[in-house]
Design a protein around this ligand. Structure first.
Ligand code: ADQ
Length: 448
């Protein structure tokens, strides 16, 4: 196999690489460790228009991987990243067409930046490279690479859901987007639903290529080891002592409207109202670091959550008990593993989610003698693989309340049985196997 070239919107900075904060960097660690590799994308830096004309990628090689990054101008960052990717494609792909704030100008910037990526990447490519493009920021990159003469195998993986064509076509230019996908040799999606939706769209647009399912996973063995090793960590102990014997319910999400955090708060409120025997006897910790904080919709969401948490704490709390501990800054990954292990219940209730790795991490982190209970939304991509969780509809506060009561009163033997049935899939489909399966398909293309 030739060199693996990964292209994503962001390339992790050197500090992120030392302590990968989840997501793509963790998932690709294994794939990037075999042979020579190149990772290309945006540096995370913005520059003035005047500095853009003689832009060149800056490169840094660490062991076998070269990280090549380019800067974006303020206007490119705004139109490509904030507006088109996160203000249009993100809500639409999460079935929230009503939140989509479309403008033709932003679409042009999006296409221009995809062409810029292709032009800047081209001189770095070798004839035997295989190219793997990631996520919605770069839907048209395959086409843009073909336009500048690249004939190498190119694959595309979409980390987020793909909506039904009847919804997707609300996007002006959706047909063109579907046609641009024809440039890819392999297209990967998280779930059967996503593949069905995309393939239906491709068919309706008369495009021949088809998407396949490659569900993403975590590195369960190392996550489990980290969680166990963390039991005696000072901060994990601090959290445990602060519980004073009360069970811990945990939620861990980027602060994003797709994660259903307000709905979860309402579910917890319904639980306190309907099952008052738990009042003062349970602790709910929600960790939700601010993400995309400069996008208006995310600012509104944070304000809503701040208010709802404050209201619930004011209404149900007591002078010695706070119902919700709500944190909007990130928590280091190793501590997160320890917190998951300590938690009796995890609330993972997205309204839509490509996969949701938190659900898998929670299962991996449990103590096999005394595992906790996962409450999981039907609308997480992970749900079809995790039917032994307590599956809920996140729009139904009473269903969340019932599931919380059930989880907190479940016998140890039922918790063990459920966890034993959840475990095999988490261990079978890992980050490593996901990347290997995808790359194998691409290599097959390379070999004709
Ligand atoms: P995300 O939307 O970011 O990813 P998720 O799959 O849950 O969602 O992964 C997030 C990662 O970041 C996890 O490893 C988690 O531990 C970490 N993380 C989350 N909240 C954190 C916090 N508060 N502090 C520290 N770390 C935190 C996108 C798609 C998902 C898809 C992934 C991978 O939206 O649906 O599963 O990509 O394909």
């Amino acid at each position: 196999m030739g060199r693996l070239v990964v292209v994503s919107n962001r390339v992790p900075s050197s500090s992120d690489r030392q302590q990968p904060a989840g997501g793509l960097a963790v998932a690709l660690q294994d794939a990037l460790s075999h042979g020579e590799a190149l990772w290309f994308g945006w540096s995370g830096q913005q520059i003035a228009e005047a500095e853009a004309s003689n832009r060149k990628p800056s490169e840094e090689t660490v062991d076998n991987v070269t990280y090549a990054t380019i800067d974006l101008t303020h206007a490119e960052f705004d139109g490509f990243y904030q507006k088109y990717s996160n203000g249009i494609l993100w809500p639409l792909c999460h079935y929230r067409a009503g939140l989509m704030d479309y403008s033709r100008k932003d679409r042009e910037v999006y296409l221009t930046v995809n062409h810029l990526f292709a032009q800047q990447l081209r001189p770095l490519l070798r004839p035997d490279d295989i190219i793997w493009v990631h996520d919605y920021h770069l839907f048209p990159l395959g086409q843009a690479l073909r336009d500048v003469g690249i004939t190498n195998p190119i694959g595309f993986f979409l980390h987020i859901p793909f909506p039904p064509w009847s919804l997707m076509k609300a996007l002006p230019g959706a047909e063109r987007l579907m046609h641009s996908l024809e440039s890819y040799d392999v297209i990967g999606l998280q779930t059967e639903d996503d593949a069905r939706n995309m393939n239906d769209g491709l068919e309706q647009c008369g495009v021949q290529t088809r998407g396949q399912v490659f569900p993403i996973g975590i590195d369960p063995a190392s996550f489990a080891a980290q969680a166990k090793a963390c039991e005696d960590d000072f901060d994990v102990q601090r959290l445990q002592q602060s519980l004073r014997g009360r069970p811990l319910v945990i939620g861990v999400d980027r602060l994003d409207y797709s994660k259903g955090i307000p709905e979860r708060f309402h579910g917890y409120e319904a639980f306190l109202k309907r099952f008052p025997e738990h009042k003062g006897k349970v602790m709910y910790l929600q960790i939700a670091p601010v993400s995309r904080g400069t996008v208006e919709e995310y600012r509104r969401l944070k304000q809503d959550l701040d208010e709802t948490a404050g209201r619930i704490n004011g209404m149900y709390g007591d002078f010695d008990w706070t119902p919700i501990r709500y944190i909007t800054h990130p928590v280091p990954r190793h501590l997160l593993a320890g917190f998951y292990r300590l938690a009796d219940v995890a609330l993972v209730t997205p309204l839509r989610d490509g996969m949701n790795l938190v659900a898998k991490e929670y299962v991996a982190a449990q103590d096999e003698e005394d595992p906790g209970v996962l409450i999981l939304s039907h609308f997480a991509g992970a749900a079809p693989e995790m039917e032994d969780a307590l599956l809920v509809n996140p729009h139904d506060a009473d269903e969340i309340a019932d599931a919380l009561h059930k989880a907190l009163t479940m016998t140890q033997s039922e918790r063990q049985e459920r966890w034993e049935r959840l475990k095999p899939d988490v261990w079978r489909v890992t980050a490593g196997s996901w990347a290997r399966d995808f790359i194998e398909q691409l290599v097959r293309v390379e070999r004709g």
